[in-house]
Each structure stands twice: as C-alpha cells, then as structure tokens.
Design a protein around this ligand. Structure first.
Ligand SMILES: Cc1cc2nc3c(=O)[nH]c(=O)nc-3n(C[C@H](O)[C@H](O)[C@H](O)COP(=O)(O)OP(=O)(O)OC[C@H]3O[C@@H](n4cnc5c(N)ncnc54)[C@H](O)[C@@H]3O)c2cc1C
Length: 333
C-alpha cells in the first residue's frame, strides 16, 4: 500500500475518505478497538471557524444534534446573551458515519493495530510491529503522535480539557470565564443531554476537576462520567518531511482560543488528501513535493487560526486585570 494512515479518529478518517473520493486507496491503522472513543466538547463554532467546510467535507446529517443560535457569556457578575452559531454533534455517531464513508470509498481500516515505532526504509517508512511499508505515512495520531516524534519534532505546549455528559435540557449555550483562569467553562446543549466541560490553557491543571464540579453544582447539574485529554496550543515548526506528513491534532491544527479542532483539522486533512493523491499519481514522495501540503494549509486554514491565537493572547492578558475586564465588560456586555 502506498499510503498508510495512523489514527482512525475524525481527521484520519476524513483524510482517508477524501483520498478515496479522489480515487486513491489507503490503509488506516487504529490502536483502539473501534471509533468514537475520544473525549470532546462536541461543539462546532460555525460563525468564526469557517466550520461550514467541516459539514461540507463531512457531507452527512448523521450525528448532528442541535443548532444553537444563542450563547450566554459570563464573567463574574457580568452576563450577556449574544447570538451565535454553534452546532453540537454526537462525536461517536459522526465517527461511525465517517467510518462507513471511508470504507465505501475502498479504504482498509484496521482496529487493534497500535503502531509502536517507525523505521526509515529506502523508499519510505516501515510501521512496526506490523512490518508494513508506506511510501507516504500520514500521522493522524493525536497529541502524543509517534509520527511527529519520528520527524524529530517536540511535543507542543498543551491545554487540558475535561468533559462530561449530563441529563439536562437547554436552549442556549453557556460560556463562562473567571478572573485569573486561563480557560473557560462551557455548556453545549445536545438533543437530550448537555456536554459540560472546562478547558485550561495555561499548563496548570491542578484543580480542574474541582472547577468542573463547582461549575456543575452552580448550574444545578449532576456529573456523569468525566473524561479528559490534552489539546495542543503551540504549532510545530514543520508538518511534512520526505514520505511523511502529520495532520490535525498531531500537527496542532487546532484553534488556540477555543481548543476546537474539528473544523481546522478536517480542512487540513482534506488538503493533505489532495497533495497525497497527487504525490501517488506522480510517484513523488519527496520533501519538496509534500511541501505543497504545508503551503496550502498556511494559505487556506492558518489565517483564521493565527487571528484567533492573537485574540486568545489578548483575552488572557485582559483576564488578569479586573479593571481591563470591567472596561471590556462595559463595551461588550
Ligand atoms: C476534551 C476535548 C474537548 C474538545 N472539544 C472540542 C470541541 O468541542 N470542538 C472541536 O471542534 N474540537 C474539540 N476538541 C479537539 C478535537 O477533538 C480534535 O481537534 C479532533 O478530535 C481531531 O483530532 P485528531 O483526529 O487529530 O486526533 P485524535 O482525535 O486524538 O485521534 C488520534 C487517533 O489516533 C489513534 N492513535 C494514536 N496513536 C496511535 C498509534 N501509535 N497507533 C495507532 N493508532 C494511534 C488514537 O487512538 C486516536 O483514535 C476537543 C479536544 C479535547 C481533548
């Protein structure tokens, strides 16, 4: 097989599906026994992340829960209801649907296949212990990506987020900020439940669990199973190499303001599919050829991510100062 993908989460599957639609098949290896196991806030901000491209790339209604057009923003005593365009999803259902779509276009997806290390060969990369050789390896293997490590890149700075599903009904989303807390709490309504969570972007995660507990109790919500994971918030210097590219979370293609990565990751995965398809057709897997992937991502996806990184820096500077927040509060709220 020319193309092998590590990771069958949203972006690995999105890549495999779009590669298949272009007429090139690939093999996807996933260490878990099935899809849909990752913790997620399940909210897609359709107003600012150009997320419409996610729904376009996804091309199905399956797993889409609610369209939320109002969000309550809270900071200390300030509260404002503002218009929004957040679409909530059932991530497990979305990944199941993507798996079907991926299989339909002829990709081979194998579960319980953990890739433990990689070796350079004359013509590409060998995945071990499977012993499979790839002319081009696509790392969609998340925050602890072995593909990124193999390229000699360090793990990026990360945020941490905890999430839980609660039995509750709501018509509006809630986002709450706190003084000196570099993150936010959220309630994203789904059709029968709400996804509730907290994300911290400063690297200090000591009392995240207590924060979630008190947010739940102040909203009169009962806690379900709590799950958490890291989200990359700093970019790697490079996300391609000869015979290798990394996509999505493994390449930090995530919005550092919200921690949302589904739209940007999906866009980059679809770009990667275009470039890999053309690499296979031209039988050219060189560093120079694969560079087009990075150029296209920087042109088509990164301006939004960079703008939001700037906003997040400004917001978290403002949060240190009551005075500044009060002024912003007076203007915005
Ligand atoms: C708690 C939390 C909440 C989030 N909430 C939102 C949100 O509300 N909205 C949003 O847009 N984004 C959200 N995100 C970000 C979003 O989840 C990611 O951007 C999105 O999942 C894309 O991730 P991915 O496919 O690159 O990686 P992942 O989802 O991390 O998938 C990586 C896959 O690779 C597999 N894998 C890893 N290593 C190996 C190996 N060695 N061998 C084989 N398989 C391997 C893993 O099992 C996994 O299936 C959230 C993230 C977290 C952690």
């Amino acid at each position: 097989m020319d193309t092998v993908v590590i990771g069958a989460s949203i972006s690995g599957l999105m890549f495999a599906k779009h590669l298949g639609l272009l007429g090139t098949k690939c093999l996807v290896l996933e260490k878990e026994k099935g899809v849909g196991g990752k913790p997620c806030g399940e909210g897609i901000d359709d107003s600012v992340t150009r997320a419409s491209s996610f729904f376009y790339l996804y091309g199905s209604e399956a797993g889409i829960e609610r369209q939320i057009d109002r969000v309550v923003l809270r900071y200390r005593d300030y509260k404002v209801v503002t218009s929004a365009n957040i679409i909530t999803i059932d991530r497990k259902k979305v990944e199941r649907e993507l798996l079907h779509q991926t299989l339909d276009v002829g990709a081979d997806v194998r579960f319980n296949e953990k890739v433990s290390h990689l070796e350079r060969t004359r013509d590409g990369v060998r995945l071990m212990p499977q012993g499979i050789e790839a002319r081009v390896l696509v790392g969609a293997d998340g925050v602890d990506s072995i593909t990124r490590g193999f390229m000699g890149l360090r793990k990026p700075a990360t945020a941490m987020a905890l999430t839980t599903q609660v039995r509750a009904k709501a018509d509006e989303a809630t986002i709450k900020f706190e003084k000196n807390f570099f993150g936010y709490h959220w309630i994203f309504p789904k059709s029968r439940t709400c996804n509730v969570g907290v994300g911290e972007f400063s690297g200090k995660w000591d009392n995240l669990r207590q924060r979630l507990d008190s947010f739940l109790s102040e909203n009169g919500l009962k806690c379900g199973e709590i799950r958490g994971a890291q989200i990359p918030i700093s970019s790697p210097k490079k996300f391609y190499y000869s015979n290798i590219i990394v996509v999505a979370v493994s390449a930090s293609q995530v919005c550092s303001l919200t921690g949302g990565g589904i739209p940007s990751s999906s866009q980059c995965a679809a770009i990667a599919a275009r470039v890999v398809h053309s690499a296979v057709k031209n039988n050219n897997f060189s560093l120079r050829f694969l560079r087009r992937y990075e150029l296209l991502c920087r042109r088509e996806v990164y301006p939004t991510l960079w703008a939001r990184r700037l906003i997040s820096r400004m917001l978290f500077i403002a949060i240190k100062s009551d005075r500044l927040m009060k002024t912003i509060g007076r203007i915005v709220f």
